[in-house]
Write a protein that binds this ligand. Structure first.
Ligand SMILES: [Cu+2]
Length: 412
């Protein structure tokens, strides 16, 4: 079959096609974007990703690059607390169009206009709460309010507090006691209280909107039960727990056994309640394991080292440390210098003598309790501290050799 076009015609069409292709490639190369750079991405595409230096962090498409001279680098950007609908939000927090008002209220700084009381800078939490005895019940009065609280002489935080102290007062009872806790809510928001680890009637357990209606501001609620266990327990908020407990609403509940025959021998009894704090530009935010809310201060019994208590002991003395995971964000590997300790109880339950292992570091997770007995073997200053080293600093700074979750045992 003979083609209908001449050879010259076919050649002309081929030439035109090639020309069109070349023009197309040229336009795409000049105006299209094929580079691996986040500079060219819309700014909303990757919230939280650092786009400032124009390249994908962690991704290097060009091979090794020599670091630029320090003097040529841009000055670091300063972050700041900010406000949204009157709420103070932390620097570094990621807010998107779908972040709800409720979520922002949960993460916002404590409202400083609602503070009911400023505690003296040297005030201590964990004070024994004396009960009134009424018709066979030990009656404890608890109230909750917003307070200013010093975790260090120069560092004041805004806290949710039981009886105007952090931690809340220590409730000390005996196995078999009938106890009644009258909780008055002086917070500007609803709350409840949970008795962590206790065997009790369901409607006394405390979870808001699960076993009870939250206690409205200005209202009271009475919790009542017979103490059936013994050991180290604690109480804490069970309404907006990631905010209320995290900001200080917790306290020790120590139950002495009715029969002390099986109690291990010790000379001193020291409770160690852990907490994380996020303090920025004078505002206190609830610590959470998320952007903007990671903690920068850490306390034992409401104080950061060097303001934590010092335990004084003589050589040969045995100290019972009751670690309480009253915090909410991290597991803290608590370590004691100067030799191992024996684990005598876990979550309030005694460990049988044959199973009492020895360690020098123990992971205390949120909610957990460990009772350990440490023997003062040698004279000197011995440290008890968290082994996540950042948790033993105050806003990243060591003061007198440590900070945060640290206390001294002074053996003479
Ligand atoms: Cu820690």
């Amino acid at each position: 079959m003979k083609p209908k076009a001449t050879r010259a015609q076919i050649f002309a069409v081929m030439l035109l096609t090639l020309l069109a292709l070349a023009i197309g490639v040229l336009i795409a190369a000049l105006y299209g974007n094929f580079s691996m750079s986040s500079k060219n991405m819309p700014q909303t595409a990757m919230p939280g990703m650092n786009q400032s230096n124009g390249s994908m962090p962690g991704m290097n498409m060009k091979g090794t690059t020599a670091p630029a001279p320090v003097a040529s680098l841009p000055t670091a950007l300063m972050s700041s607390v900010s406000q949204m609908n009157g709420l103070v939000m932390p620097p570094g927090m990621i807010m998107t169009a779908d972040t709800s008002m409720e979520a922002m209220e949960d993460m916002a700084a404590v409202d400083l206009t609602k503070i009911a009381y400023t505690a003296p800078a040297d005030a201590r939490g964990n004070q024994i709460l004396e009960p009134k005895v009424e018709k066979g019940f030990k009656v404890f009065n608890l109230d909750v309010s917003l307070i200013n609280w010093n975790i260090l002489p120069g560092t004041q935080v805004a806290a949710y507090a039981f009886n105007r102290q952090v931690p809340g007062p220590r409730i000390q009872v005996t196995e078999g006691d009938r106890i009644r806790m009258i909780v008055k809510n002086n917070l500007p928001e609803p709350t409840t209280v949970h008795w962590h680890g206790m065997i009790l009637p369901n409607n006394m357990d405390g979870p808001a909107d699960v076993t009870q209606k939250p206690i409205a501001p200005g209202e009271s609620y009475t919790y009542e039960f017979t103490v059936k266990q013994s050991g180290t327990y604690f109480y804490h908020s069970h309404k907006d727990v990631d905010r209320q407990q995290t900001l200080g609403m917790y306290g020790a509940l120590i139950v002495e056994p009715k029969n002390k025959a099986n109690t291990p021998a010790f000379d001193q009894d020291v409770t160690v309640q852990l907490q994380e704090w996020t303090v920025k530009q004078g505002y206190t935010f609830p610590s959470m394991p998320m952007e903007g809310l990671l903690p920068n201060f850490f306390t034992i019994n409401g104080k950061a080292y060097p303001s934590t208590e010092t335990v004084n002991a003589k050589v040969g003395e045995k100290i019972r440390f009751r670690f309480i995971g009253s915090n909410n964000a991290f597991i803290h590997p608590m370590h004691i210098h100067g030799g191992p300790f024996k684990i005598v109880a876990t979550d309030g339950n005694p460990v049988p003598v044959a199973a009492q292992i020895e360690k020098d570091t123990i992971n205390v997770a949120p909610g957990e309790r460990y009772d350990v007995i440490w023997t003062a073997r040698e004279k000197g200053k011995w440290l008890l501290h968290c082994h996540i080293a950042h948790h033993a600093t105050n806003d990243n700074v060591e003061v007198q050799g440590a900070g945060g979750l640290t206390m001294l045992i002074n053996v003479t």
